[in-house]
Design a binder for this molecule. Structure first.
Ligand SMILES: CC(C)(COP(=O)(O)OP(=O)(O)OC[C@H]1O[C@@H](n2cnc3c(N)ncnc32)[C@H](O)[C@@H]1OP(=O)(O)O)[C@@H](O)C(=O)NCCC(=O)NCCS
Length: 429
């Protein structure tokens, strides 16, 4: 067997042999296929990169057909059950699990960089009273580049490390302050005696008590949700981080671009749509009519189906378990019953079975967030905090990848050519 592709150009009759590596051909190799030397060679057209690999990566593995998700080779189920978010963050960034000493240093570093410059607070307070927390988060992460101008020296490994620590550490502070802002409540400073999730909960919900003690079951569930969202290979926001990072800008600006991408409803907004759908269905009796409507193409069953997973999304299984833990504390969200019944019916229905539509990560996460009293605008902020180590691991990999170049796709030009410009005074005369 030869690992190559023989291509015959039927316009010229010429044949070309193109090497196949890792199940891909290099798009640049197609450039030699041309009608004559004056013309550009053949290119590929792939809006949305549905069949184009943009990088080599050793961070996250997904097998959508089998429903497998692994970070650095470790199955998501094991990490969610036996690890914690900061250890997973270390794994994603460094590529290996930490020794005891490395872990303790890492947790210490992250914990002691949770505070932001006081002017960041002043800056955030300047937002309108009803500012969307994702807009605030995106702007304030971007603004951090002005507080750490040395972050532009991305060639220096120590410098890269400290910016990564700062960003993972400060994201909950900025996320919680965005939440408090909309409520007109004072911003709460970080408490370095608390764990990552506990500190975040404290900054979100603390009022006059001298110390906020989160229920450990809630803190654990939040930590698990962060783990589940920590990376998902080359999705839209990660691609944004890599694309902007490829200009060699500082990591704050690159991650701010990722937050912008996540803000969009096609990316981070599906769990809110699930909640709206469940509320509209209301009770179990209304499910059959709703399913009929979906099957007739009137609408989609939100939280079902995925571009990559054609099997049960492994994260959805773990979230179902987290639901039980959270509801033990908060009381059961009445919509859970509707969601479970909906899932049961859909998994047995031929329409969904044939199309390989299974619950995805968003099917149950909205129910948990609602039980924790987060308004829907905050759901994506929680996603962004969890995704930060993934964005940074991908950015770090990019900065050290010799094959990477500035992201600069081609286009197929469809506009006019060589028009003669007539000055405005003549055109309008
Ligand atoms: C996620 C999603 C965009 C993936 O889309 P995709 O891979 O491009 O799949 P397609 O849109 O081509 O759908 C394939 C078929 O399944 C159907 N389908 C896909 N998702 C469906 C859903 N949630 N409910 C009902 N039908 C669905 C489509 O109508 C299509 O049917 P057809 O072949 O008869 O035309 C899609 O499944 C969806 O819209 N899901 C609901 C939104 C959601 O939960 N998003 C969060 C993703 S993490």
């Amino acid at each position: 067997m030869t690992d190559s592709l023989t291509v015959r150009d039927n316009r010229t009759g010429a044949e070309y042999e193109i090497p196949i590596t890792d199940g891909t051909i290099k798009a640049a190799d197609l450039g030699q296929i041309k009608l004559n030397d004056d013309e550009p060679g053949l290119a590929t057209y792939d809006p949305g990169f549905v069949n184009t690999a943009s990088c080599r990566s050793s961070i996250t593995y997904i097998d959508g057909d089998k429903g497998i998700l692994e970070y650095r080779g470790y199955p998501i189920e094991q990490l969610a059950e036996k690890s914690n978010f900061l250890e997973v963050a270390y794994l994603l960034i460094h590529g290996e699990l930490p020794t005891k000493e490395q872990y303790e240093n890492w947790v210490h570093e992250i914990t002691f960089h949770t505070f932001v410059h006081e002017n960041v607070k002043g800056f955030m307070q300047g937002f309108r009273y009803d500012a969307h927390p994702m807009g605030m988060l995106m702007a304030s992460v971007g603004a951090l580049s002005t507080f750490y101008p040395e972050s532009r020296h991305i060639e220096d490994p120590d410098n890269r490390h400290i910016q990564i620590v700062r960003m993972i550490a400060k994201m909950p502070t900025l996320g919680a302050w965005s939440f408090r802002h909309a409520q007109g409540k004072p911003y709460i400073y970080p408490d370095n005696e608390l764990s990552y999730a506990e500190n975040f909960l404290s900054m979100l919900f603390k009022m006059s008590e001298s110390k906020y003690a989160a229920d450990p079951r809630i803190a654990k569930a939040l930590d698990v949700l962060f783990i589940l969202h920590a990376d998902h290979e080359q999705n839209c926001s990660t691609n944004a981080v890599r694309s902007v990072g490829s200009s060699q800008v500082d990591p704050y600006s690159a991650v701010a671009a990722g937050i912008g991408a996540l803000y969009g409803p096609l990316h981070g907004g599906a769990n809110e749509a699930v909640l709206k759908m469940l509320r509209r269905i209301g009770t179990k009796d209304n499910i059959p009519a709703f399913i009929e409507g979906v099957k007739n193409g009137e609408e989609r069953l939100m939280g079902f189906g995925h571009r990559v997973y054609k099997n049960y999304d492994p994260r959805a299984k773990i979230i179902k378990k987290a639901c039980d833990d959270v509801f033990e504390v908060t009381g059961v969200n009445p919509l859970l019953e509707v969601a479970q019944e909906l899932e049961k019916i859909a998994l047995e229905d031929e329409y969904f079975v044939k199309r390989r539509l299974y619950p995805n990560v968003d099917f149950y996460s909205g129910l948990i967030y609602e039980a924790l009293e987060f308004p829907p605008e905050m759901f994506t902020v929680l996603f962004a905090i969890g995704r930060t180590p993934g964005w940074l691991a991908q950015w770090l990999e990019l900065t050290q990848d010799k094959e990477q170049k500035i992201a600069r796709p081609k286009q197929i030009y469809t506009g006019a050519r060589t028009l003669d410009f007539v000055p405005a005074e003549e055109r309008w005369a």
